[in-house]
Write a protein of this length. Structure first.
Length: 269
């Protein structure tokens, strides 16, 4: 039974999973620090609409998911600036409408939306060498931009008005971070699926928070724990024959419970 762990398809899945997990940890920290968990979920749901439109237009599904997420992100930013509706209300409407539209478009194009459940819940065990290249390049791009925006994002997470007074272009940095979430959504589709990507992004921060006393340590530890969750989930999926996406999220939740038994890190001096 353990021979399956040495199969090429499993090794490809592991490489792709570790690549995306190493990015999901740090990005997830900022999502929680910026109180954008529901925001990330909305972008994830919009990814399905992008996939459907990609099928309809005959273009790359990844490109379609990124384009849809960016379009929804722009709408969210515009609605937040107008302040005519509560942010939670706008997020709820866009999240569920885009998800419903995505399911309808996919169903119309393929004849059965249920044939693409892997888009919702992930199917990392079917990852190809080309997928690894796409995920690797996408993850590298996300890490590079995140490193560039790191100081500004930290300042905004601590106190947005103070960061603005210090010269941080809050709107530009915020929109740049939203684009990172959109790219994360697109490259993570095959790993945990569009419905579970938010869990991968937010669980890592929850686990790392108790064991870290600085933002940098938390981001690094979140990446390490996300990688452990992906590896554990893939092993469970391969051995038990369960869906890869839910298995990764289950492993992530189990790690969170285990961290609760560990002593909390002391605050940095």
């Amino acid at each position: 039974m353990l021979d399956i762990l040495q199969e090429p398809f499993f090794l490809r899945a592991l490489i792709a999973g570790l690549a995306i997990a190493s990015v999901a940890g740090p990005v997830g920290c900022f999502i929680v620090w910026r109180r954008m968990a529901y925001f990330g979920e909305t972008l994830a749901h919009s990814g399905l609409l992008g996939v459907g439109l990609g099928m309809l237009l005959g273009v790359s599904l990844t490109l379609g998911a990124v384009a849809a997420a960016i379009a929804v992100a722009i709408l969210l930013v515009l609605f937040r600036r107008q302040r005519q509706l509560a942010t939670d209300t706008v997020l709820g409407i866009l999240s569920h409408v885009s998800l419903a539209m995505g399911l309808i478009v996919v169903g119309l194009v393929t004849g059965a939306a249920s044939d693409h459940m892997d888009l919702l819940f992930g199917d990392i065990l079917t990852v190809t060498t080309r997928d690894i290249a796409v995920v690797g390049l996408g993850a590298a791009a996300v890490l590079a931009v995140l490193a560039w925006l790191w100081r500004d994002l930290i300042a905004m997470s601590v106190h947005e008005e103070l960061a603005m007074a210090e010269g941080v272009n809050v709107r530009r940095v915020e929109f740049g971070f939203i684009l990172l979430i959109a790219l994360m959504t697109a490259i993570a589709m095959k790993i945990v699926g569009l419905l579970l990507i938010t869990a991968l992004l937010t669980h890592s921060r929850g686990r790392a928070r108790r064991l870290s006393n600085t933002p940098e340590r938390m981001a690094i530890l979140a990446a390490v724990l996300a990688c452990a969750a992906v590896a554990g989930g893939l092993v469970l999926s391969a051995l038990a024959g369960t869906m890869s996406g839910p298995s990764v999220v289950l492993a992530s939740g189990a790690l969170f419970v285990l961290t609760l038994a560990l002593p909390q890190a002391k605050e940095a001096a």
